[in-house]
Each structure stands twice: as C-alpha cells, then as structure tokens.
Write a protein that binds this ligand. Structure first.
Ligand code: IYR
Length: 254
C-alpha cells in the first residue's frame, strides 16, 4: 500500500466534484470589472517603547497557546465564537475573494456523526495509510484515532476553503490562492480563540472531507481544510512538554 503523505493538497481533493460534463458549459466571470474607489488609511502608530511593550505582550500571549486534546463540555457563549470567526474573516485573501466558510457545529447528534466519520477514517489512517514512520513520529504526542473531543467540545468549527466562488447568477469566480488565504484565516482563528481563553487542536482529518461536506450539506466547491474542536480546557487536561525553537533558530537577518 502506498503511504499517505502528510496533508498535501491532494489529500484535500474532494472527488465528489461536479462532473466534467456539467463543467463544460460553466461560465466563469471576470472579477474587478467595476471600479473600486481608494480611500485614505491612517493606521494607529505607537512610540517605540509602546511598540516594544505591545509586541512583547503579544508574543507572550501567543506563546502560551497549546494544542489541547482534552476539552470540557462546559458551554461557551455563541457570541464569543461569532466574534472570533468575525476576526478570522479579516484575513487577507487572493484578490480579496474571501474564500472561506466556517461551519460551527453545536448539535450533539451532528457532532457524534462527525466523530463516527472521523474515527472510522482515522483508524484506517493510523493502521494503514500513514505508515510506521509517521505513526511512530506521533507516538510521543499520544494522539490516536479515538477522538472524544468530537463529542465533548461544545463546538466543532469546520473550516472549508472555497476552491472557486459561485455568484448568485450561477457563474463561477476564480478564488486565487484560496488555500493559503484560508490557512492565514485559520491562524487568526487560532489566535482569536486563545485570546478569548478557549482551547482547540488543529485537526486535519485525512480522507474525511467528502463525507463531512455531505453531512454538513456544503456545496462541491468547498473543501474541508481544518476541523477545530473548541471549548474550555478540561480540568484534567495535559499537554506534551514541548519546547519551541529559540528566535535565533527561526530568523535570519541579512
Ligand atoms: N490526523 C491525525 C494524525 C495526526 C497527524 C499529525 I502531522 C499530527 O501532528 C497529529 C495528528 C489525527 O488528527 O490524529
């Protein structure tokens, strides 16, 4: 059996794409035909000491973020989730196409259906598709295909990238750089959740995209990019004692 590679674009490919027969008479629309006014923009500037203080504080905040796999079932206000998604939607995107859809699942029955789909595929991933080396590399993180958090977390946020847009008249619109655009918005989402005192783990359920898309009744132009269980950390949550690379190991000044 061919070993699966870690989450490359091919893994996202959702072959339940509309058939190429239908595709032939598809009409694509040019964006940017209408004129767009440009307006002055004067972002806030800070004196150097304040910049230093703010940048240190921000680093300190983000450095406390951890991937957490033990999530409390305690309810979390919906408005907090809405604000965090609103913030994620401020990400830059190719040609300002905003190619993201955030699906928030709170219904226990739907969460359970998601768990069944993910665990069934992940068991095959861990036992067969990922291969011995990959499974061994993950051992010390103590992650496997049993994912209680999919039932327990008060929310599951599924982030879909729109491979192209569909306008109200049915015409298609090119979504440039859609994957990196949505990935950037996921980064903001992670920062926003952490800033609000919530936890999550970035999960990328290999081979589950098509089934989850159909379960959630999302259109064929949307591909699942990430699944985030969201809530407060469980009282007994633990995380691996990982260390981060020092600055000198990640930066090169020229
Ligand atoms: N998608 C699987 C496997 C997994 C892969 C990597 I790379 C990780 O850092 C963690 C898990 C899972 O969610 O268990």
């Amino acid at each position: 059996t061919r070993e699966a590679r870690p989450w490359v674009d091919e893994d996202l490919k959702d072959d339940t794409e509309i058939s190429s027969k239908d595709n032939e008479d598809d009409e694509w629309v040019d964006g940017g035909e209408e004129d767009l006014p440009h307006v002055p923009y004067t972002p806030t500037r800070y004196p150097p000491e304040e910049m230093l203080e703010r940048s240190q504080q921000f680093y300190s905040l983000l450095n406390q973020r951890r991937s957490v796999r033990f999530i409390s079932p305690e309810p979390v206000p919906r408005s907090v989730i809405d604000n965090v998604i609103h913030a994620a939607g401020t990400a830059p995107s190719g040609a300002h196409t905003e190619p993201w859809t955030f699906v928030v699942v709170a219904e226990p029955e739907t969460k359970h259906k998601i768990r069944l789909i993910v665990e069934e595929e992940e068991e095959i991933n861990y036992r067969q598709r990922m291969g011995d080396k990959w499974v061994k590399d993950l051992e010390r993180l103590r992650t496997n295909w049993v994912k209680e958090y999919l039932d327990e977390a008060p929310y599951l946020i599924l982030i879909f990238k729109q491979a192209y847009g569909i306008l109200p008249d049915g015409k298609k619109k090119t979504h440039y750089y859609n994957e990196i655009s949505v990935s950037i918005s996921c980064g903001l989402l992670l920062a926003g959740l952490h800033n609000a005192g919530l936890v999550t783990v970035t999960s990328t359920p290999l081979n589950c995209g098509p089934q989850l898309r159909l379960l959630l009744r999302r259109p064929a132009n949307e591909k699942l990019l990430m699944l985030l269980p969201v809530g407060y950390a469980a009282a007994n949550a633990t995380v691996p004692d990982l260390k981060r690379k020092p600055l000198d190991d990640i930066v090169v000044h020229i």
